[in-house]
Design a protein around this ligand. Structure first.
Ligand SMILES: N[C@@H](CCC(=O)N[C@@H](CS)C(=O)NCC(=O)O)C(=O)O
Length: 218
């Protein structure tokens, strides 16, 4: 812990995990500076010693806030929730909260890691998968993740993914749907997912967090 300085988000414009944190910061009205970490240039700036000193996992995002340094987007959301409780990104009721975290984990643990850059790079360098093969791999796992989430939403959705307020489920879902489109996943079988994405995406904190509006967008 050091003296509180500026709030800094180490991020890449198209990183879905960075995007989750941007949404959470915007929802809670926390101003921040972006420290761009280019995931592709020069073999990936996330792998440099300077960034590994920030996050030894060599992944974005990381956040400097209140004199502490945090990594893992859901841990960061949890910290923001604890320190800046309003507006809450967790439903108040225990069951709804568990459902919101369930959807968040279906993205964070069950879907995004399988389509992460370093996984696709490994498929190419070690297993010889070409661009089409990598796309097919990513689309397959994203489709499986969205299929599970679509089923959960049948029980949880109101105006948003879980009930009528924005939750951590929407924070994780919106960037994952963008990745689904990027990898050519057919979203027709997932109407509830698409509806939740549209409802949250229309809100100002989500609109300001889209990759194309970030300072390092190309
Ligand atoms: N579970 C982590 C995921 C972090 C993550 O996978 N970040 C990606 C971008 S979305 C990354 O830095 N990838 C770099 C790489 O694969 O080398 C979180 O939620 O923060």
């Amino acid at each position: 812990m050091t003296a509180p300085g500026p709030t800094r988000l180490y991020a890449y414009w198209r990183s879905s995990a960075s995007w989750r944190v941007r949404i959470a910061l915007n929802c809670k009205g926390v101003a921040y500076e972006t420290v761009p970490v280019h995931l592709v240039r020069d073999g990936g700036e996330q792998r440099r010693a300077e960034y590994r000193a920030v996050n030894p996992a060599a992944l974005v995002p990381s956040l400097e806030i209140d004199g502490v340094r945090l990594s893992e987007s859901l841990a960061i959301v949890d910290y923001l929730e604890q320190t800046r409780p309003t507006p809450s990104l967790y439903p108040a009721a225990a069951y709804a909260r568990a459902q919101a975290l369930r959807i968040a984990e279906l993205v964070n643990a069950g879907t995004q890691p399988l389509q992460n850059l370093r996984v696709l790079q490994y498929l190419e360098s070690e297993l010889g998968a070409d661009a089409a093969g990598q796309r097919r791999w990513a689309a397959h796992w994203i489709g499986m993740g969205l299929e599970a989430i679509e089923a959960v939403l049948a029980d949880t959705a109101g105006a948003h993914a879980v009930g009528d307020a924005v939750t951590v489920a929407d924070v994780c879902l919106v960037p994952q749907v963008y990745n689904a489109r990027r990898f050519g996943v057919d979203l027709a079988p997932f109407p509830r997912v698409v509806a939740a994405e549209a409802a949250a995406g229309a809100l100002a904190p989500f609109a300001a967090a889209v990759p194309e509006r970030q300072p390092d967008a190309v």
